[in-house]
Write a protein of this length. Structure first.
Length: 78
């Protein structure tokens, strides 16, 4: 696979470019990648709604009304 690394202005790796035909092959091998092309960017209302929901969950956790998963356990899911 021919991959080109894209760097930011400070020379740090910021992204990767792969040729489209190789992207198609990857999608055939990994069906979950197909969803990446279908996703739409959330609008302002969706972003604000998600932030409010997150803040509400933080309040519930602090009040002992909501149990959470540790970051370590959360990362095990990936």
């Amino acid at each position: 696979m021919s991959v080109q690394v894209i760097q930011d202005g400070k020379g740090k790796n910021a992204g990767v470019f792969i040729p489209y035909n190789q992207w198609r092959q990857l999608k055939k091998q990994h069906k979950e990648l197909e969803a990446l092309e279908q996703e739409e960017e959330p609008d302002k209302e969706q972003v604000l709604s998600n932030i409010k929901k997150g803040l509400k969950e933080v309040r519930q956790f602090k009040q002992g009304k909501l149990k959470t998963t540790s970051a370590k356990d959360f990362m095990k899911e990936f």
